[in-house]
Write a protein that binds this ligand. Structure first.
Ligand code: URA
Ligand code: CA
Length: 433
């Protein structure tokens, strides 16, 4: 069959057969289907959509286009978590030790990526000595010994997705729910997850700007997971303002440690408990999310989760004494407070602006070759709903240069201070699959 016939079928809104989807993925990965045909195909999917069965087929084909990690040497149900990305989202660092402390093994492959702050790997590398390279054997051994490991993605994880994502980026086809859902799920499946818990972000600082869109993405991913035999559940969480208070790599590790101690910001703590509870259900340690939440809370309060984090740091060559002494993290040379211009209440913080300000300070990458500075970033002292007095610090900027005025100005612009107190939006939207 010629690929142009598949293309025509999708253009006309017909459902494709499994073999047609497989031969597209294989042909494009190998280079026998050219970019111009693949571009037209992606655009046809953008307009015509895909049935759940087609999305499952696309996901499987992309997952199998490269290495598929075999985690069968690790006992128990391997649960992975994915967040669709937000500003200051430190939950992975918190969840890995928390869930492991509750007896569910966490074998996590993480990425770096572009964005406002680094990815989970960049954050972990803010811990002096921490290494993210491990052979597959060492990775598995570590999970069997201490219950958790976080390593870099292998070079050949879902290469079809890598190639297609790059093409989508330049053909205005990123924002298609079937394509996003299959892209995310293909990588989770290739990295060996038996079960997946998804955190779909909604709001200013997220890919999905409305609750309806976020629900649609969540449903699509859950349907794919179920279609390919992986227990999948999702929550939708608010990303109108940054999560927690810290935005920046070492700053977020510190925030994660505070949260593991039970002393973290309320929103980050609540989201970690909610996601952790679901991961324990997915890992078959508990029957209900409520029971999972209680176990997670107990792992925080008893200090067991923090112990697992210390063990994880040591197992990967890092200095675990940072947990008890934050001065061992790289420090920024300059600190400057951002002051409230008036009395009132914080009514809005544009998450995206805070993210961009942190990236400009050096906490994130604009292009893939940019270097990350672990020490820089922003700490927010005031969040939506908080009262402020004129002249009071609303945030602190951590920088390596004394020219912080543009960052201070950008953070000031991100905040709206009004006369009336407003209730922050709910952190989580309950959603029935
Ligand atoms: N993240 C992904 O991994 N893929 C997408 O398509 C969008 C976000
Ligand atoms: Ca944070």
């Amino acid at each position: 069959m010629r690929f142009v016939d598949t293309l025509e079928k999708k253009r006309n809104g017909e459902e494709l057969m499994t073999e047609e989807i497989e031969s597209f993925v294989q042909g494009y990965t190998e280079g026998t289907i050219p970019d111009y045909q693949a571009s037209a195909f992606l655009m046809a999917i953008y307009f015509q959509g895909m049935t759940p069965r087609e999305q499952g087929d696309l996901t499987q084909a992309m997952a199998r286009s490269g290495d598929v990690l075999d985690l069968s040497l690790i006992d128990g149900v391997k649960v992975d978590k994915h967040s669709t990305g937000g500003v200051g989202d430190t939950t992975t660092l918190i969840l890995v030790p928390l869930v492991a402390a509750c007896g569910v093994p966490v074998a996590k492959m993480s990425g770096r990526g572009l964005g406002h702050t680094g990815g989970t790997l960049d954050k972990l590398e803010a811990i002096p000595g921490f290494h993210i390279e491990r052979t597959e054997r060492e990775f598995i051994e570590q999970v069997n010994t201490i219950g958790a490991a976080v390593i870099g993605q292998t070079g050949n994880l879902a290469p079809a997705d890598k190639k297609l994502y790059a093409l989508r980026d330049v053909t205005a086809t990123v924002n298609s729910i079937p394509l996003i859902a299959s892209s995310i799920m293909s990588k989770k499946i290739a990295s060996g997850a038996d079960a997946i818990v998804l955190d779909v972000k909604v709001g200013d600082g997220a890919f999905m700007k409305t609750k309806e869109e976020a629900e649609e993405l969540a449903r699509a991913m859950v349907a794919i997971g179920e279609a390919v035999g992986r227990h999948t559940s999702a929550v939708i969480s608010n990303m109108d303002e940054p999560l927690g208070r810290a935005v920046g790599n070492a700053l977020e590790v510190q925030e994660a440690i505070d949260t593991l101690r039970g002393e973290g910001p309320a929103d980050l703590t609540e989201l970690s408990i909610q996601l952790g509870g679901r991961m324990l259900v997915a890992g078959q340690r508990v029957d209900t999310v409520e029971e999972g939440r209680l176990r997670i809370r107990e792992a925080m309060d008893s200090g067991r989760a923090l112990d697992v984090f210390r063990q994880l740091i040591e197992a990967q060559g890092g200095d675990a004494s940072v947990v008890d002494d934050f001065s061992l993290f790289a420090q920024a040379d300059y600190e400057e407070d951002v002051l409230a211009k008036r009395d009132g209440y914080v009514t809005h913080i544009v998450a995206n602006e805070i993210g961009l300000a942190s990236m400009k300070l050096g906490a994130g990458r604009a292009t893939k070759d940019d270097q990350i500075d672990p020490a820089v970033g922003i700490v927010l002292h005031k969040k939506v709903g908080d009262a402020v007095r004129q002249g009071e610090p609303i945030a602190t900027v951590y920088a390596q240069s004394e020219h912080v005025a543009p960052s201070v100005a950008q953070i000031e612009r991100a905040y709206t201070i009004g006369d009336e107190r407003i209730e922050p939006k709910p952190l989580l939207y309950l959603f029935e699959k």
